[in-house]
Design a protein around this ligand. Structure first.
Ligand SMILES: [Zn+2]
Length: 249
């Protein structure tokens, strides 16, 4: 695929009727002939809108095609053009922390502390072993790459694996509200209102948190703490076996 062409054709006009949408179910793709296949990416496929030139990403399992946000186009292309691997020693630490995969198994998320090769320190870093690029929702300045990882370590702000798993698997009870009951070491109860990887609230940090088992009459509602930085690592064969720790039953 001619990448140099892409830069010249970068859209400047307003999004067309289709590109005002954020994403379309993969099964409906045939109903949008304006979205044309450009070619395969390292995972999934790149499409382009023939009306306004915007680019779209079709996920590996073709479950969804999502518009690449204007402010993330350069990062999405950089993701595709680079091989994002990391050392076995780093993967060993990530495996010991344990990751949680999303429903379609496009990403495994592992919260940790990171020191970058440039010497930056993040205590709330999320490593994403991913077969999708950063193409929507991310703040561009928080997106980093596997080759920036110098060392990783457990983070005191990271929620334990069973809490992260419960909050990833919890279905929404209402729009944007997927509550999971948690408690701190003093027995104070809270409710995580959405999928959480970190917790840092009034001096209480993630490593102190446990599942409360509460199923209703939700207590103090707390938003999960957002990551400071995301580090993209390419999805690799058997990464689930390596990184997603099975829960004891
Ligand atoms: Zn368009």
């Amino acid at each position: 695929m001619p990448m140099s062409m892409w830069k010249k054709e970068r859209p400047r006009e307003l999004p067309c009727r289709i590109c005002r949408l954020n994403s379309i179910q993969g099964s409906l793709l045939d109903e949008y002939p304006e979205l044309r296949l450009v070619g395969p990416w390292k995972f999934g496929d790149l499409y382009q809108c023939s009306r306004c030139g915007r680019q779209w990403f079709l996920h590996t399992h073709k479950q969804r095609i999502g518009r690449i946000q204007d402010n993330l186009q350069d990062l999405a292309h950089r993701w595709n053009e680079n091989s994002l691997t990391t050392d076995a020693s780093i993967l060993d630490v990530l495996a010991s922390i344990g990751g949680v995969a999303d429903y379609f198994k496009d990403q495994i998320a592992i919260p940790c502390s990171v020191q970058t090769v440039a010497g930056r320190q993040f205590q709330k870093a999320l490593v994403l072993v991913s077969r999708q690029p950063p193409y929507f929702w991310y703040e561009p300045e928080r997106v980093h790459w596997a080759y920036e990882l110098a060392t990783v370590a457990p983070s005191p702000f990271a929620l334990p694996l069973d809490v992260r798993k419960a909050s990833a698997e919890k279905r929404e009870e209402s729009m944007g509200f997927a509550p999971v009951g948690i408690l701190d070491k003093q027995g104070n109860e809270y409710t995580l209102v959405a999928e959480g990887r970190f917790f840092d609230w009034r001096g209480i940090v993630g490593e102190e948190i446990r599942l409360s088992g509460r199923r209703k009459k939700w207590r103090k509602k707390v938003r999960p703490e957002p990551p400071e930085a995301y580090f993209f690592v390419d999805w690799f064969e058997r990464c689930e076996d390596r990184l997603v720790t099975r829960q004891k039953t």
